[in-house]
Write a protein that binds this ligand. Structure first.
Ligand SMILES: Nc1ncnc2c1ncn2[C@@H]1O[C@H](COP(=O)(O)OP(=O)(O)OP(=O)(O)O)[C@@H](O)[C@H]1O
Ligand SMILES: [Mg+2]
Length: 244
């Protein structure tokens, strides 16, 4: 049975730039179920990042509704949105924003420490996630002592450390070589399988998108197509092939 995690209704975002209105999201309707892995693709400027920021509560829509689990986000004050964000969502962006003065394991622990959890509580979690992303041997390296792909994997471990229901990734491998990108893409599937994490990833990598059970194509602020490949989903051992 499919349980909706993200329900978006008639989502619109208009920026006003130099006195002119720019309609960037023009009425998006979509349901993403728990346990799904969804790719968002589409040309530059289509509104993919804006959409991701809205469902991630990092940006406010101009109108429309977003429900995240049982929480209706529309109209909630910033403090409530931040609490929901911390509890529910992990983010991975193209530029991973690791803290340069902290080592890998400290960076992964950071979201927990910020929430007031103790080092003792967080460190075993952080170390086991670093092991899952293949970086057990790099735990004490600072970002400057890691390769780009390794930094990206640390960012992924950090995004997962509070066991988010929803992982949002915006071109997480945009600046990496093919082999490194492939291995990070595999990690998304692994995290989905192991932890049941719902994954929404924006990508320009068409072969990665092709390997995804569900691919949403955006164009000019609308959803142009939404394709669910149930055979491929089943072949991947994917949790929820019957989305939608
Ligand atoms: N703060 C802003 N003010 C005005 N316009 C903006 C703002 N943020 C984004 N835009 C415009 O909104 C449109 C959509 O931007 P968005 O970043 O969502 O595109 P995208 O699909 O993620 O593109 P890309 O693939 O290049 O990352 C773009 O044309 C952009 O110029
Ligand atoms: Mg973008």
């Amino acid at each position: 049975m499919s349980t909706p995690l993200v329900v978006v209704e008639d989502l619109r975002k208009t920026f006003v730039h130099m006195g002119r209105e720019l309609h960037v999201l023009c009425g998006i309707d979509i349901v993403i179920n728990q346990g799904e892995v969804v790719a968002f693709v589409g040309p530059s400027g289509a509104g993919k990042s804006t959409f991701l920021h809205c469902i991630g509560t990092l940006d406010l829509p101009t109108s429309g509704r977003i429900r995240l689990g049982n929480d209706e986000l529309t109209g909630l004050p910033g403090s409530r949105l931040a609490a929901i964000r911390n509890r529910t969502i992990g983010f991975v962006f193209q530029f991973h924003h690791l803290l340069p003065e902290f080592n890998a394991v400290e960076n992964v622990m950071m979201p927990g420490l910020i929430q007031g959890k103790t080092r003792r509580e967080m460190e075993p979690l952080a170390r086991s996630l670093l092991a899952e992303v293949g970086l057990a041997a790099r735990a004490t390296h600072r970002p400057g002592e890691l390769s780009g792909g390794e930094q990206q994997r640390v960012a992924l471990a950090r995004a997962l450390v509070l066991s988010p229901k929803l992982l949002l990734a915006d071109e997480p491998t945009g600046n990496l070589d093919t082999a490194t990108s492939d291995s990070i893409h595999q990690l998304f599937f692994e995290m989905n399988r192991k932890h049941g994490t719902t994954v929404v990833v924006v990508t320009h990598n068409l072969s990665f998108a092709e390997s995804m059970p569900r691919v949403v194509t955006m164009r000019d602020g609308t959803i142009e197509s939404d394709r669910i490949g149930s055979e491929r989903a089943a072949a991947l051992g994917y949790r929820d092939g019957s989305a939608g």
